[in-house]
Design a protein around this ligand. Structure first.
Ligand code: MIC
Ligand code: SF4
Length: 649
């Protein structure tokens, strides 16, 4: 029987397990990369494991999120990351070199490889034909310490593309927005999306990367494109043709299901506040006044895209009162735009050029004002993520975004009367790796430098046999990690300091949460109750570590998002599932819960009886942990468990 691309790569990387059964498979990982906001924890955890060199062929530590440097915290983190990378054998990408996913695509990603990144948009690398998966920092640290990466075998969904995009105004962003419209933020959960069909050849590698990047918003574990002539062209233009291999699914490959997308039928789309799947055609919103436009991010800031943006802005002006911010994805892109004079066209039109970093995408500057409308070529528009929970963020491709900035309102770009040049992929990129520091051969005497804001990673006590705790919060569906552990310029600098960042857990939803959690620690700790897809969005393990630090023992939800579920387990918080809907309905905030015989249930049928002492009734919940996950929970988390394995303690 023929194989799909995912099976081919998994087969070549399998260390243990069986690809055809619903059991976990251990994979050998070729590349691991971290970004600073999750990377400080990952490298502290790597250090705590106690291994002296990374054991994967390639590791890269990027700095792209925490870039404001309004005090000592960010630069101290950067120095820690730099010294840790060089001591332990990783590349260090200096602040200003670009957003991890864009730089990784340009300089390291390669077809047929398996990569992990401590960021949920790591699947960007799928655009080049690589299996690239977002994980929590501790998962990355254990893989860098030599462990295989364990993954439950997924369903592989084929997204069959046919036809051609109606260029110039329809772009790859519209393709993924259309897929989000159809499948929703839950449509990819438990799945890997493999793209195929005759339409694939219409898309360049960076356009494919826009699509796989936002596959994260579908909840998919990753997304991947074949590796073909266009992949070779891109790698050659990046001076890396030798990294190219051809990669296609066999003709008789099998898939769990097929979604057909006719590129000809796609029109300019936008995701309305406050979810990336709240998608409608742009034409339906024509005339909506806007206040701010942001163009860039890891989703849409390739040279090819920004060149088209420059062609729209050339010789025009932004509308009075509209703020246009542009953050190019990488120094390579920024330098090329500048050398070609395209940056000048953007500046002349009134753009505020930001450095190559995540910036407004994660509320690090560029927040819209109260009640204002921001349209962004980014990937997430969750409430509050922009730094202002009273703002309204729409997502769209960079080209209509540029049009909105000029017109001051949402306009179907096809009827805007503006010109856009079709930009071809460059046959040669400017290659200047001077902001990438190579791993050092001689690390003798090298020290890892930690500033005063960098605190040790807290570890949980191994799980007891009984949880007697209060429900501190009862939440609805699709709670994001931005809801659990907000980002933004006040909170993000605290990523290396769990005691300090824990003060902000759920602060956008209930600002008494951390105080109440600390109080309830004395009486047994807390439980959080959630709905469907609890923990969707980012890979930030702070959304698990900080609640753990505050004394949370369990989250009971209807379902969990993949990365967050792993992060909970990695930090010893047990993810429990409601068996019936009335289990969820009857619970109230403040109810006291008792769960007994935990170890027996965990190692047995994974069914637990929860007694609601306040309302005097009981209900059943379950867990679906595999053998490794059970062991992790019993050890109090992955860190103690990894040490146990490595040192037999
Ligand atoms: C995001 O886009 O939400 C982030 C910020 O890049 C996160 C990582 C983080 O919170 O540090 C992600 O996507 O995983
Ligand atoms: Fe950075 Fe935004 Fe991309 Fe996350 S989604 S990596 S914050 S640019």
């Amino acid at each position: 029987m023929g194989k799909n691309i995912v099976e081919k790569i998994f087969e070549a990387h399998k260390v243990y397990g069986n690809l055809k059964t619903d059991t976990p498979v251990g994979l050998k990982v070729d590349q691991v990369y971290t970004q600073d906001a999750t990377g400080t924890m990952a490298w502290l955890q790597f250090e705590a494991i106690g291994i002296d060199k990374v054991k994967v062929p390639l590791a890269v530590s990027y700095v792209d999120h925490n870039m404001i440097q309004s005090n000592y915290m960010n630069p101290d983190d950067h120095l820690f990351l730099q010294t840790a990378a060089l001591k332990y054998g990783a590349y260090f990408s200096m602040p200003g070199n670009g957003i991890s996913h864009q730089v990784h695509l340009e300089r390291f990603a390669a077809p047929g490889k398996v990569a992990l990144g401590t960021d949920s948009h790591t699947p960007t690398g799928g655009g080049i034909g690589m299996i690239a998966i977002g994980v929590g920092g501790l998962d990355a640290a254990t893989v860098m310490a030599g462990a295989p990466f364990e993954l439950n075998i997924h369903q592989v969904m084929l997204v069959e593309l046919t036809g051609k995009l109606n260029r110039p105004w329809v772009t790859a962003m519209d393709v993924i927005l259309e897929i989000l419209r159809r499948l929703t933020v839950k449509g990819g959960v438990g799945k890997i999306l493999e793209y195929g069909g005759t339409g694939v050849k219409d898309l360049s590698v960076t356009e494919r990367a826009t699509i796989t990047n936002m596959g994260a918003e579908l909840g998919a574990t990753t997304s991947i494109f074949p590796s073909d002539k266009r992949t070779r062209y891109f790698l050659k233009a990046q001076g890396r043709e030798s990294d190219w291999i051809e990669l296609h699914a066999d003709k008789d490959a099998e898939y769990s299901n097929v979604v057909k997308v006719d590129l000809n039928s796609i029109e300019p789309m936008t995701a309305q506040p406050h979810s990336p799947d709240n998608v409608v055609p742009i034409r339906e919103l024509s005339g909506t006044k806007i206040d701010q436009v942001c163009i860039g991010s890891c989703t849409n800031s390739s040279y090819q895209t920004l060149k088209s943006v420059a062609s729209i802005l050339k010789g025009t002006s932004i509308a009075k009162g509209v703020s246009l911010l542009i953050n190019p994805g990488s120094k390579q892109v920024y330098e090329m735009l500048t050398r070609k004079g395209l940056m000048a066209d953007m500046i002349a039109a009134g753009a505020r050029i930001l450095e190559c970093s995540c910036g407004p995408c994660i509320g690090m500057g560029g927040s819209p004002g109260t009640g204002q409308i921001s349209t962004r070529s980014y990937n997430r528009n969750f409430k509050g993520r922009s730094g202002n929970k009273d703002a309204f963020v729409y997502l769209a491709s960079p080209l209509p975004c540029a049009v909105f900035a000029i017109k001051g309102e949402i306009v179907d770009p096809r009827n805007s009367g503006l010109h856009v040049g079709i930009s071809r992929e460059p046959s040669r990129y400017v290659i200047n790796d001077n902001m990438l520091i190579k791993p050092q051969k001689d690390t003798h005497g090298m020290k890892v430098i930690k500033g005063p804001n960098i605190k040790e990673v807290p570890v949980k006590e191994p799980i007891g046999d009984k949880i007697e705790a209060d429900v501190l919060l009862k939440l609805g569906d699709s709670i994001t990690t931005d809801d659990i552990m907000p980002a933004g310029s006040t909170i993000l600098p605290l990523r290396s300091n769990i005691p300090a960042i824990s003060e902000y857990v759920f602060s956008n939803i209930d600002n008494t949460f951390s105080i109440r959690a600390k109080e309830s620690k004395v009486t047994g700790g807390g439980i959080i109750v959630g709905g469907e897809n609890y923990g969707q969005g980012s890979s930030r393990e702070h959304a698990a570590i900080a609640p753990m630090y505050l004394g949370i023992h369990a989250v009971i939800a209807k379902s969990f998002a993949r990365i967050h579920r792993s992060n909970l387990i990695n930090f010893g918080i047990i993810p429990l599932l409601f068996k019936t809907t009335d289990g969820y309905e009857k619970i109230g905030k403040g109810d006291r819960m008792i769960i007994e015989d935990i170890k027996k249930s965990l190692t047995g049928n994974q069914s637990y009886t929860v007694h609601n002492q306040t309302k005097n009734y009981s209900f059943e919940v379950s867990s679906n942990l595999n053998e490794r996950e059970k062991e992790i929970i019993l050890s109090g988390g992955l860190l103690p468990n990894t040490k146990k394995h490595i040192y037999n303690i």
